[in-house]
Design a protein around this ligand. Structure first.
Ligand code: T1G
Length: 694
């Protein structure tokens, strides 16, 4: 074995050369790898004793892409596209031997090789679009040549991977290797030589491209298909253009075109936001005072109290991960209803072919329903998901403390209430914390892990680990009213309520925030959530629009009328003139002079207070870092990932500008706009929120 660079070495097995890449943790194609690849192939070219080369990786995966950490820094030669041209033009067969995830530049490396083999569990993908980019080392030009533009388009424009089996079926790979990959790849290389197979340069394949030239509808149809999911994103359209270039341009020109499109995206704010988010989503798992090797509590059995919307959804998360659940309700009829909803959800999924009826039975078989709290005695983790009533929660935790085994973790799913007060009902506050799931709990990936004042480190580490196991993105937050996400969301809701009475139309509010990139506007969202959430009929006096509407029986989508009207079975909001009158009436009652509100003011009034509250949350130590708040907003509130998150967005706008607007609004609208001390401090020091993201 000869070391070529610190990340690449060369081994000879007879006439076969093995180019070993070893760049943990994911063999990213950083400079030492690119240099070693180029020099290794050059060396093999010159060595008459070498007749073929296998490119293979150590560790857990084939190259998983370019080194994202290098982006934004001055690029260092050899650039990956040039290295892959060396591969492509090599006079000796190069066999890519894939395990793990051949993603991005890694897949492009395989495509620039002449043959590809893989273990059964390998995956192939071009996730650059998820970083706001596109494959920039020939992927948009080679993949369409190999499998045709119709099959290449979804891989390039959505970034979704395919399995080794699918890759074999589509002709992306030549063979699946059972057993040892290196041995299998060398044997395959020997077979290529023995059969005198011609070099298969993907760049020179024209059949699929020529066939597509007369079918421009391929792209028109795909653009239609992509429109909804790609709304607001720049990269997916650029991906489609690059693949169009593969069909309509010679290979060399197509490569150039791809490079131009790539550079344009790389310079844009969307890619900066999405690359920032990629690391932010991984940072959340790093909590300064929780060592990575903290011993975990083994969670074999879970108890869930409450079979309502939340409890049912939470149950599904655990049984989906193969963890048995004991589901407790006060009455059999509530339990039966809850189990019925879970079964219906699974049956719908099965009807879409996303799981088999056997899967449904297996998962339902993991749920044991009961009306006895005592049946939780052997649970390792219990999650309370009952009404947001503190007395009820306290009573339940007192009982759980007596019933559950020593060492069991007791969690509350409360959205707002004080976790420390709940923990104080037990003799085991160090085993008590919040697990705040977002509704619908079986769909939303966000989970706020609420750290109690006394919650022990192993309990927190276990919560973060079990969250990953049930495929949640867990963000550690502290105890305060609304923790982090909802506390920030409350700022926007307050301003929306005020803007409605000041003169902004419902449609304008919804359009501005929809166009900003949210999945729906704030008014439509209120109707969806239900206007009666938190409404108290007994004390309602028609003093807010929520009270006026609920008193009028307008509860939102669920009963066909809220701020908007809804046809039966439809979610499409329709203007409700009667509500417009109610708004005018309430504005008048409050002595407000209605006025035109600009779109810019709506954005600033709805978003800057979120940022400001985020700054307060950081000052109070409720969240670990600004990017954690961005992960919360992207995953819990539909913040468009191509804008990074509220704290990233604030840095992009400029904290000095955010501060100036907050001060101006404080003058106009009062102290709800009083700038957070941290915001003032960062501006004074010429720093931004990202300077706190360690
Ligand atoms: N560059 C740098 N670091 C990376 C990385 C990458 N491409 N991928 C992962 N890491 C780090 C990650 O930050 C984490 O670091 C550790 O590796 C483990 O990651 C020219 C331009 C491969 C499926 O987008 O999808 O190629 O937190 O926690 O769950 O056309 O990582 O330990 O310090 O995610 O086992 C395209 C991104 C790049 C793939 C493994 N490639 N990575 O998942 O581990 S652009 C990607 C992933 C490109 C070319 C273009 C996943 C994974 P730390 P992890 P995992």
């Amino acid at each position: 074995m000869v070391a070529i660079t610190e990340a690449v070495s060369f081994e000879k097995q007879g006439e076969i050369g093995l180019l070993w890449i070893d760049n943990p943790p994911v063999n990213a194609l950083g400079y030492p790898v690119r240099k070693g690849m180029a020099d290794g192939i050059a060396m093999a070219q010159k060595d008459d004793g070498i007749k073929a080369v296998v490119v293979i990786c150590k560790g857990g995966t084939f190259c998983a892409g370019a080194d994202i950490r290098e982006f934004g820094k001055p690029p260092k030669e050899p650039h990956l596209p040039d290295v892959l041209t060396v591969f492509d033009q090599c006079g000796k067969p190069i066999i890519a031997a894939v395990h793990g995830t051949a993603f991005g530049g890694g897949f492009e490396t395989a495509l620039s090789s002449h043959f590809r083999v893989a273990v059964p569990t390998a995956q192939f993908g071009l996730p650059e679009v998820k970083l706001g980019l596109l494959p920039g080392a020939g992927g948009t030009q080679r993949l369409p040549r190999l499998i045709g533009p119709e099959k290449a388009l979804p891989m390039v424009a959505t970034g979704n991977p395919i399995s080794a089996a699918q890759a074999l079926k589509e002709g992306v790979i030549d063979e699946i290797i059972q057993g040892d990959l290196a041995e299998g790849a060398v044997a395959f290389a020997r077979k290529v030589l023995a059969e005198k197979r011609p070099l298969r340069r993907v760049s020179q394949m024209t059949e699929q491209i020529e066939a597509a030239r007369s079918k421009p509808e391929i792209f028109a149809n795909y653009r239609k298909q992509l429109a909804k999911a790609a709304r607001g994103f720049e990269a997916p359209e650029a991906c489609v253009q690059a693949v169009e270039g593969a069909v309509n341009k010679p290979f060399a020109e197509g490569l150039k075109y791809e490079r131009e499109l790539f550079q344009k995206l790389m310079m844009g704010s969307q890619s900066a936001a999405q690359r920032y988010y990629f690391f932010a989503e991984r940072q959340v798992a790093k909590i300064p005072d929780i060592p990575k090797d903290t011993p975990l509590i083994d969670i074999k059995k879970v108890g869930i109290i409450g079979a309502g919307t939340m409890g049912g959804g939470i149950t599904m998360n655990f049984v989906n991960a193969g963890i048995p659940v004991t589901l407790v309700e006060v009455k059999q009829e509530f339990l039966d209803r809850g189990l019925g909803v879970i079964k219906k959800n699974y049956d719908i999924t099965a009807s879409k072919g996303k799981m088999t009826p056997a899967d449904v039975d297996k998962r339902m078989g993991l749920i044991k329903g009961t009306t006895r709290l005592e049946d939780l005695a052997d649970a390792d983790l219990v999650i309370e998901a009952v009404f947001e009533n503190m007395d009820l929660k306290k009573e339940i935790f007192r009982k759980l403390d007596a019933i559950c085994r020593q060492g069991a973790i007791l969690a509350t799913n409360t959205s707002y209430l004080n976790v420390n007060e709940i923990a104080a009902q037990t003799q085991r506050p160090e085993y008590v914390l919040g697990l705040h799931f977002f509704s619908p709990a079986n769909v939303m990936r966000l989970l706020e892990v609420v750290r109690g004042a006394k919650t022990a480190i192993p309990v927190l580490a276990t919560a973060m680990a079990i969250a990953k196991k049930i495929k949640k993105i867990a963000v550690m937050v502290g105890v305060c009213h609304g923790f982090a996400g909802n506390r920030m969301f409350a700022q926007r809701k307050r301003e929306v309520d005020k803007l409605v009475l000041e003169g902004a139309s419902l449609a304008q509010l919804d359009k501005v925030m929809y166009d900003f990139g949210f999945p729906m506007g704030p008014i439509q969202l209120l109707d969806l959530i239900g206007l009666d959430l938190g409404w108290n009929k007994a004390t309602s006096k028609g003093e807010t629009m929520q009270q006026v509407l609920c008193e009028d029986g307008r509860l939102g989508l669920k009963n066909g009328k809220g701020y908007y009207n809804y046809d039966p079975g439809s979610r499409v909001p329709k203007p409700a003139p009667e509500v417009e009158q109610m708004i005018l009436e309430l504005s008048r009652k409050k002595g407000l002079t209605r006025r035109e509100v600009s779109d810019a003011e709506i954005i600033q009034r709805c978003i800057y207070p979120i940022i400001n509250e985020g700054a307060k949350i950081l000052e109070e130590g409720i969240a670990v870092r600004p990017s954690d708040l961005d992960v919360i907003w992207v995953n819990g509130y539909g913040w468009p990932v191509y804008r990074g998150g509220p704290m990233f967005y604030a840095d992009l706008v400029g904290l000095d500008k955010v501060l100036a607007v907050m001060k101006d609004f404080q003058e106009k609208y009062g102290d709800t706009f009083k700038p957070a001390p941290l915001l003032e401090k960062l501006v004074k020091e010429g720093k931004n929120f990202n300077s706190l993201n360690n």
